[in-house]
Write a protein that binds this ligand. Structure first.
Ligand SMILES: Nc1nc2c(ncn2[C@@H]2O[C@H](COP(=O)(O)OP(=O)(O)O)[C@@H](O)[C@H]2O)c(=O)[nH]1
Ligand SMILES: [Mg+2]
Length: 340
């Protein structure tokens, strides 16, 4: 096949896409030109995040969602991020095997990542992979992330629609649903509904959503200085006025409940488009991505300056640890030198 790497990716070429993804892992700098060429051709795909505790059934659900979208004629890209899985296979290998049915389908592209990327954090590396799949022409991009650490929060700035997967038997308070996760859920999926306790999990979730609704309800207008203009822009992606996250029950291993889940996802997309929140989310994503890029650039510049002027980072850190150097003074000095 001829053409530049970017042209081949834009044409949907699987090998070219895989090649860029590998290059992005290995030598970032050289791949950036390709990303730049692709970027103006992105922005079409519907990005769906799927998060939840390890073992909740995210990969099984993702597999079912691939089938669901394929049957509707949509092409699908998948990024499965699982930093908790061992490098030697584990869940990642499991994902591959499970999703193998789709491996020969040219309408599906699956990429598994065992690590969070060398700079830590989901945002940068995963976000780039999403752009690549988008440029490749995938209609829907499913991003599976384990609900540990910051990842599940970061997924909210990456996806249009976030599915939080809960399972029965989590205890009285749905322990797995941490406060931050409740905030980012657009759709709740109570998976493993074949197990005992699904009704209770649903009731618990309903209770938590009810509490949230009361907390977020606009205050009674006793205040003379009440501003009718609504929440400021910073409030825009914290709560979604007019969207009540539906709770869908599924049995991912059998496919039970998948049409309901699909329908809930579509209702969310329709709402995003009708309410203008789609644009709000896209701006929030652009902001987060840009800040991450900028942070990385500035840090790289600062570290190279540090090494050239003050010595190797490890040596400087050792001096700080033995109280020979003052980290505040060093940081201030370096910042001043970078921005005279
Ligand atoms: N009983 C039952 N088991 C399920 C269901 N969904 C997934 N599993 C099983 O739960 C285990 C973990 O699933 P997996 O999709 O890898 O979870 P992940 O870690 O969240 O990606 C696997 O053995 C699945 O077969 C379900 O709805 N019911
Ligand atoms: Mg998984």
């Amino acid at each position: 096949m001829t053409g530049t790497l970017a042209e081949r990716i834009l044409g949907g070429d699987v090998r070219a896409t895989a090649r860029l993804m590998r290059d992005l892992d290995d030598r970032y700098g050289e791949s950036e030109a390709t990303l730049r060429t692709l970027f103006p051709r992105t922005g079409r795909a519907w990005v769906i995040g799927i998060t939840g505790s390890p073992g909740a059934g995210k990969s099984t659900l993702t597999d079912q969602l691939i089938g669901y979208h394929r049957r509707a004629g949509r092409t699908v890209g998948v990024i499965a991020v699982d930093p908790t899985s061992p490098f030697s296979g584990g869940a990642i290998l499991g994902d591959r095997i499970r999703m193998q049915d789709h491996a020969t389908d040219p309408g599906v592209f699956i990429r598994s990542l065992a690590t969070r990327g060398n700079l830590g954090g989901l945002s940068r590396s995963t976000s780039d992979l999403v752009w690549v799949l988008d440029a490749m022409g995938k209609d829907v991009i499913l991003v599976e992330t384990v609900g540990v650490g910051q990842d599940e929060i970061e997924i909210a700035s990456l996806a249009h629609t976030v599915v939080v997967v809960a399972v029965p038997g989590m205890g009285d308070d749905v322990q797995a649903i941490k406060a931050g996760v409740l905030e980012i859920a657009d759709v709740f999926c109570v998976n493993k509904a074949d197990r005992e306790g699904a009704d209770r999990t649903i009731r618990d979730l309903q209770g938590m959503l009810e509490v949230r609704r009361i907390i977020q309800a606009p205050p009674m207008d006793h205040d003379q200085h009440h501003h009718p203009s609504g929440p400021g822009p910073e409030a825009a992606n914290q709560s979604d006025p007019g969207w009540e996250p539906p709770i869908v029950r599924t049995v991912a291993v059998t496919g039970e409940g998948m049409p309901d889940l699909g329908e809930a996802l579509h209702r969310h997309l329709t709402w995003l488009e009708a309410s203008g929140q789609k644009r709000v989310r896209e701006v929030a994503r652009a902001r987060a991505g840009f800040i991450a890029l900028l942070r990385e650039r500035l840090l790289a510049g600062a570290l190279s300056r540090l090494e050239s002027e003050l010595g190797r980072l490890d040596a400087v850190a050792a001096r700080i640890a033995s109280r020979e150097a003052d980290p505040y003074a060093l940081a201030a000095e370096l910042a001043a030198r970078l921005h005279p």
